[in-house]
Design a protein around this ligand. Sequence first.
Ligand SMILES: *[C@@H]1O[C@H](CO)[C@@H](O)[C@H](O)[C@H]1NC(C)=O
Ligand SMILES: *[C@@H]1O[C@H](CO)[C@@H](O)[C@H](O)[C@H]1NC(C)=O
Length: 344
Amino acid sequence: MLLNWYHGLALAELFTSSSALLRFSCSQLVTERLDPLVNPGVVGSPHLHQIIGGNTFNATMDPKTLSIPDAATCTTCTFAEDFSNYWTAVLFFRARNGTYHRVPQKGNVYFEESNGGMTIYYIPGYRNSKVTAFKPGFRMITGDPTIRTREEASKYRQLTYTCLQDPMTRTGETLDMPKKPCPAGIMANLRFPTCWDGVNLDSADHSSHVSYPVGGTFENGAPCPSTHPVPIPQLFYEIVWDTTRFNNLAEWPTDGSQPFVWSYGDAYGFGNHGDYVFGWKGNALQKAMDTNCNGDRCNGLTYQAIKTGNACTKKPTVNEDLSSWLPELPGGMPVTDSKGNVIM
Ligand SMILES: *[C@@H]1O[C@H](CO)[C@@H](O)[C@H](O)[C@H]1NC(C)=O
Ligand SMILES: *[C@@H]1O[C@H](CO)[C@@H](O)[C@H](O)[C@H]1NC(C)=O
């Protein structure tokens, strides 16, 4: 099920293949405990996030009153029309003495000068498919931070990790965190569902208005279910966690387990999840999907340099130490197992 199309497909081929897709860099906007989707209005959400995209990101972002592309003044993405926000949890290293250190992020292949952040893909499909771009007010979440088992994680497709042997490694994706040190870091991969109910911009759980295809995968062109008949682009995040300074096995747990823990208290990795709030200007994304744009350049869209994206940042509204060795995860988030027991 995991991405057979991707295995063995060199990155260069991905760019030049007849199926066009957007692949572009978005630098870090801010890292803080806010979550306008799950905890709107709350300053100090339960767990820490790293956020990229437009600078209207804040605790509220009420879709009834906020027009993101009108209110934003900058974006960390290299498409200047994209003021969307994309966010995930943050990875920490847990030392033998029980303290936690934030794992830095770094720019992906070809986007090395990016100040952390993520690589974002919008993929219309691999068979010249027509897709409907997201609409203003659209938001969604994929994955579930409460999941701690492989069985539960399997209900989501393609929320994975790549143990980078070098920056180009694109094989061997796993549902749980790599068990051995990864020489070039750990890449988290998140692919969102690709079928929409065509009506709701959001839903109570932020995910039931979207669905996976039926009888196959997005990659092999399977159709959308009748409940969610509208094909939407596959939104795909790649995040490179620079774990290399934590690769000394002498500092790893004595019981042989791996030392990385997500900010939502997951030491296995099965709760991998990502959030999205659409914020493209006008019909820029629809045009890009319709005109087979490829990579990070597109006729009709404005490219801005990575260093311009690096300069778009926000001051955190939640002020707390995120750079020292910390006695606990930010917000005091406990590390839990599948039964909810606190294990660290
Ligand atoms: C978020 O930004 C909007 C304007 O974009 C503003 O009206 C609102 O008060 C802000 N909320 C917070 C919690 O800062
Ligand atoms: C805990 O371990 C880390 C990593 O070895 C070290 O840098 C830090 O100083 C230690 N902290 C305490 C309080 O011993």
